[in-house]
Design a protein around this ligand. Structure first.
Ligand code: UT7
Length: 336
């Protein structure tokens, strides 16, 4: 048995900054409401008629991670891509990354776990490395939300929160059992599937002929919906549980955490967790203020920024935790 460790990190966000004031020109919202309820000041949206895709952003982030890992792109043994906003209905973006990086015909897997997608993807990569099957796995989380949001007052409870971006990590074999990813913890509770969802029926749910013939502009099912308060209440409970589960598994205490990188869902959720675990401001990393909630991309973007800012050092105990649509949630306990 081996461990895996994160040897390279990278992220990419589009240049186009969308402030809360920009949104207030499109819908009945305002900077004070958004900042007070979510902590978000601005987010990035891809240019409306630009060429950026979920895959292209993921590839840009991946190239930085590969370089920082000090490996050749052909050393990658496997690709795991987490997103809820793929370029195509199928195939998923994993194979497009294999193509666009121009690497040999390694396996590529797509993960559909929304805000927990990166944590699930890291867990999968970790298992392949632990078993000895692969040495280097590329894990990507990337999202383009802006093309799929209801940018009218009707959608304001959802659309002000989400932003576009991508993050990537290289996980590599680590021979020292005390270093790298110590454990991962995954959960789901499908009874709440519809509380945060995009309910447009998939190809198994509705005849394409009917969709084409209906072509109803009033059909709201193509926009994501969220029961915000219910999601919030579940999030704070599940975040806390799954962080404790990871710490307990490794005989650690909350005070052992050097850096908690939570999924950037809402600054108030992160602050609640910080207070609950008695962590200082330098023990929790947040950047939701700049990027909003980028779903599967939020943890790798935040982790990359924390690392770039020198806030993660060798030997630190780093905890990743996520909660979101599904519901799904999970944590990753890392000795850096
Ligand atoms: O990443 C996956 C996990 N997602 C989450 O964890 C999100 C969890 N939930 C949340 O972050 C919060 O519930 C929200 C930020 C989405 C909403 O905050 P809230 O404090 O729960 O507000 P609310 O939904 O209860 O709405 C309060 C009021 C309502 O008006 P009335 O009914 O009191 O008159 C909403 O219509 O705020 C109104 N509202 C807005 N006002 C201005 C909702 N969205 C907006 C908006 N601007 N963008």
């Amino acid at each position: 048995m081996y461990n895996s460790k994160i040897t390279g990190l990278g992220f990419f966000v589009p240049d186009n900054v969308v402030t809360n004031d920009d949104l207030s020109k499109l819908m009945d919202t305002n900077d004070a409401w958004i900042q007070e309820r979510t902590g978000i000041k601005e987010r990035r949206h891809v240019a409306k008629n630009g060429e950026e895709t979920t895959t292209s952003m993921g590839v840009k982030a991946a190239k930085i991670a590969i370089e920082r890992a000090g490996i050749d792109k052909n050393d990658i043994d496997f690709i795991v891509f987490a997103t809820l906003s793929p370029d195509y209905y199928f195939p998923g973006p994993g194979v497009l990354v294999q193509r666009d990086l121009g690497i040999k015909t390694v396996g590529a897997l797509d993960v559909r776990n929304q805000c927990s997608g990166f944590v699930y993807a890291v867990s999968i990569a970790d298992q392949y490395i632990k078993s000895g099957m692969y040495k280097n796995v590329l894990v990507i989380g990337s999202e383009i939300h802006s093309k799929g949001l209801d940018m009218t007052t009707r959608g304001r409870g959802v659309s002000v929160i989400f932003g576009d971006g991508a993050g990537a990590a290289i996980l590599s074999r680590e021979e020292d059992p005390a270093k790298g990813i110590l454990s991962t913890h995954l959960h789901s509770e499908g009874q709440h599937a519809e509380e945060l969802a995009l309910l447009a029926p998939g190809m198994g749910g509705r005849w394409v002929n009917d969709i084409v013939s209906d072509n109803n502009p009033e059909d709201e099912s193509y926009y994501p919906v969220m029961n915000g308060q219910f999601v919030f209440k579940n999030a704070v409970v599940r975040f806390s549980e799954v962080i404790m589960e990871g710490l307990n598994k490794n005989n650690l205490k909350p005070t052992d955490i050097d850096m908690l990188v939570p999924h950037q869902a809402n600054l108030r959720i992160s602050q609640f967790i910080q207070k609950k675990f008695g962590l200082g401001n330098d023990q929790v990393f947040n950047n939701i203020m700049k990027y909003g909630n980028t779903t599967a991309a939020s943890i790798p973007i935040a982790l990359t920024e924390a690392w770039e800012e020198g806030k993660i050092k060798s030997g630190d105990l780093v905890v990743l935790a996520a909660f979101g649509s599904g519901f799904t949630w999970g944590s990753v306990i890392i000795r850096w």
